[in-house]
Ligand binder design. Structure first.
Ligand code: ZN
Length: 260
């Protein structure tokens, strides 16, 4: 650590921009003849888009490393307000198990959620952990548990962005819900019988129990739930919450740019 001897710590040491960081490759596109533009989610620098010069060349050190969902130690050039330079990529892990079609789909969905929650150049370590931990779970879990793991990851994501409704208490009065809960049209909370609007839209007790268990248990225990509770019935609720969260975010964004 620097900054000893009574001096105030520097706001942002210039070398920080180029320190290596853990990264997951999200996408890449060709740039001119031999280069590529790569977008990564990183632990320390948020989402980073950088130019990998010469990445197409046969002797490039980027070869086989900047593939979708690969985990890297990545070094980027400093941010000077334009496209950053991808200086170096060391491969930490490639998750070959995610190439199976259904796992690939689930992993792609998770990556998209995490990208949505990670702004450019601003670290969101919790979201990064969710992505890396989630990819590991999606690669390793047994086939019948894949949907449970994905639902669990969606709940974690909703919690990380502050969009997960209280699963245990009525959104109207705060009383514990027990096994019975209702949805209200145009509202994302769960409600007790007294605060359920007409017509009543009950939430299946099995669905609610599964979502609560997924929320409560650590990810490595999610696959055990596959034996007792089908994921299909519980899937529509997180879908509603995710759709609302995404729309809300993009509305904020639209508002922001209107004022620009
Ligand atoms: Zn209530």
């Amino acid at each position: 650590m620097t900054g000893r001897g009574g001096t105030a710590p520097a706001a942002r040491p210039p070398q920080r921009a180029t320190a290596p960081t853990d990264a997951v490759v999200l996408r890449r596109s060709d740039f001119r003849e031999s280069s590529r533009i790569v977008t990564c989610l990183t632990r320390d620098q948020g989402r980073v888009t950088a130019l990998a010069k010469g990445a197409h060349r046969a002797d490039s050190t980027f070869l086989g490393r900047i593939d979708f969902l690969n985990e890297l130690r990545a070094t980027f050039g400093p941010d000077r307000g334009g496209l950053r330079l991808f200086v170096r990529a060391d491969l930490v892990r490639e998750r070959r198990g995610l190439r199976a079609p259904r796992r690939f789909l689930a992993a792609s969905h998770l990556a998209q959620l995490c990208e949505f929650a990670m702004p450019d150049e601003r670290p969101e370590p919790r979201v990064f952990e969710l992505l890396v931990g989630g990819l590991a779970l999606l690669e390793r879990c047994p086939d019948p548990a894949l949907a449970h793991v994905l639902l669990g990851l969606e709940l974690r994501h909703l919690a990380a962005i502050g969009a997960l409704p209280d699963l245990d208490h009525c959104a109207g009065c705060g009383t514990p819900l027990g096994e019975v809960a209702f949805r209200n049209e145009g509202d994302l909370g769960l409600y007790c019988r007294r605060h359920a609007g007409a017509p009543r839209q009950p939430i299946g007790a099995g669905s609610l129990a599964l979502l609560r268990e997924l929320h409560r248990l650590p990810g490595r225990e999610w696959p055990q739930l596959a034996a007792t509770s089908p994921a299909r019935l519980a899937a529509p609720l997180p879908a509603l919450w995710l759709a609302a969260a995404t729309e809300q975010r993009s509305r904020l964004r639209a508002l922001f740019f209107e004022q620009d």
